[in-house]
Design a protein around this ligand. Structure first.
Ligand SMILES: Nc1nc2c(ncn2[C@@H]2O[C@H](COP(=O)(O)OP(=O)(O)OP(=O)(O)O)[C@@H](O)[C@H]2O)c(=O)[nH]1
Length: 389
């Protein structure tokens, strides 16, 4: 019996000793946990944690802690855009590429041996096809006919010179094409950018800010396109690249008050120029056109509006002209920006739009790149159309 009790006691002690050792041994992690805990080489742990969280409006994640762990985004590098001088010359090749067909076919027709009525008609048609407009085309042909008669024989150089002069007369190099961007004593220059949807207003506003910053000016941008939140985001991207602050509000806010705030900020911060981007609006919608007038009037309570730039898409031809007329009535347009000239051979629209509106083309857009906006220069433009002599 004693032996039995002793044996049982020894067994229990042995069980306790082995069991205890087993229990206090560190547990080996299971392979599933291991892979979840350790970040993949090179990847920050926070990314793995933050990944499954759902996005909330405003781009924040539901788990604030996960966002806090993530690396803060690097501040965007401020770019130094090239100055405005010589931009059109730099973009000349692009202009020549799009307008050359028009220029070369005119030169070809004018150089032909027999300049009969049919040939003159063809010259006129070529001008009209390039959107020069019926009146201007007739005037150009009349001028050329008279001068060709006086000249008698024609060398290619003479033909080029004649055509160059006629086109220049129509484009009018004497027009004042300066964009009133200040700086003015004691207040910023105020530029409003208007036009129908998709013509390139926001892009032009951003590009113009770059031109000005490149020329050493300070700029505040006003995102008065409150219809589309994306438009304000788009403007903010443009602004942040050149260090220009953007005044914006929530989608649906009153555009006039955003424009007013932008100008107020410009005044307060002694900025050289405030550029206000407005929402695209159909010229056929009276209410929206009235709203545009209101934006301008409200801004004028704070500061004079120095420039109203109407952005026209060069590829829209006659429709662009119709838009131009209505906008000019609503807000007293002071300058035209002709965008997408890189995408059409119809550069003659410059002549037509100036004739129709009596307002000069001041800037031209020649591509989607950030520095593809140039001050318009009549001589460089005509030379690009006609190619090198
Ligand atoms: N090829 C070319 N594309 C251009 C030019 N200017 C603007 N664009 C393009 O035209 C498109 C419309 O430009 P936006 O600036 O968004 O036009 P918007 O007038 O502000 O548009 P809404 O806000 O909808 O009225 C974009 O894809 C631009 O990149 C240009 O000179 N050449």
């Amino acid at each position: 019996m004693d032996y039995t009790i002793f044996g049982v006691a020894v067994f229990i002690v042995a069980l306790l000793v082995f069991g205890g050792v087993f229990l206090i041994r560190p547990r080996k992690p299971e392979s599933r946990d291991e892979s979840a805990a350790a970040p993949p080489s090179g990847a920050p742990a926070a990314t793995a944690v933050a990944e499954p969280e759902e996005r909330e409006p405003g781009g924040e994640t539901a788990a604030g802690t996960a966002t806090a762990v993530a690396e803060p985004p690097a501040a965007p590098e401020i770019e130094v855009p090239p100055p405005s001088a010589g931009r059109l010359v730099r973009l000349r090749a692009r202009l020549a590429r799009s307008q050359n067909v028009f220029g070369q076919s005119l030169l070809g027709l004018l150089s032909s041996d027999r300049l009969d009525d049919e040939a003159w008609e063809e010259i006129e048609d070529t001008l009209i096809t390039a959107d020069v407009g019926v009146t201007s085309a007739a005037q150009i042909v009349a001028g050329l006919r008279t001068r060709v008669k006086v000249l008698g024989t024609r060398t290619p150089e003479e033909v080029r010179r004649l055509l160059r002069e006629e086109l220049l007369t129509q484009i009018d190099p004497a027009l004042d094409r300066t964009v009133a961007t200040g700086p003015f004593p004691g207040r910023p220059a105020v530029v409003m950018v208007v036009g129908v949807n998709g013509t390139g207003k926001t892009t032009t506003t951003g590009k113009l800010a770059r031109v000005l910053v490149g020329d050493g000016r300070s700029v505040v941008l006003g995102a008065a396109d409150t219809f589309r939140a994306a438009a304000a985001d788009q403007l903010e991207t443009w602004g942040s690249r050149v260090g220009a602050p953007v005044v914006r509000r929530d989608e649906g806010a009153d555009p006039a008050s955003v424009a007013f705030d932008a100008v107020a900020r410009g005044v307060e911060e002694k900025t050289d120029t405030v550029i206000v981007d407005t929402a695209g609006r159909l010229h056929t919608k009276t209410g929206l056109m009235d709203e545009l007038g209101k934006v301008k009037r409200v801004v004028e309570k704070k500061s004079q509006v120095d420039e109203v730039l109407l952005v026209l898409d060069a590829t829209t031809g006659q429709n662009g002209l119709r838009q131009a007329r209505v906008f000019a009535e609503a807000v007293n347009v002071s300058g035209i920006v002709l965008t997408k000239l890189d995408g059409t051979a119809k550069g003659g629209i410059i002549i037509q739009v100036q004739r129709e509106l009596g307002v000069p083309v001041k800037l031209v857009g020649l591509g989607e790149g950030p520095d593809d906006l140039a001050p318009f220069d009549a001589e460089t433009f005509v030379d690009a159309i006609l190619g090198d002599s």
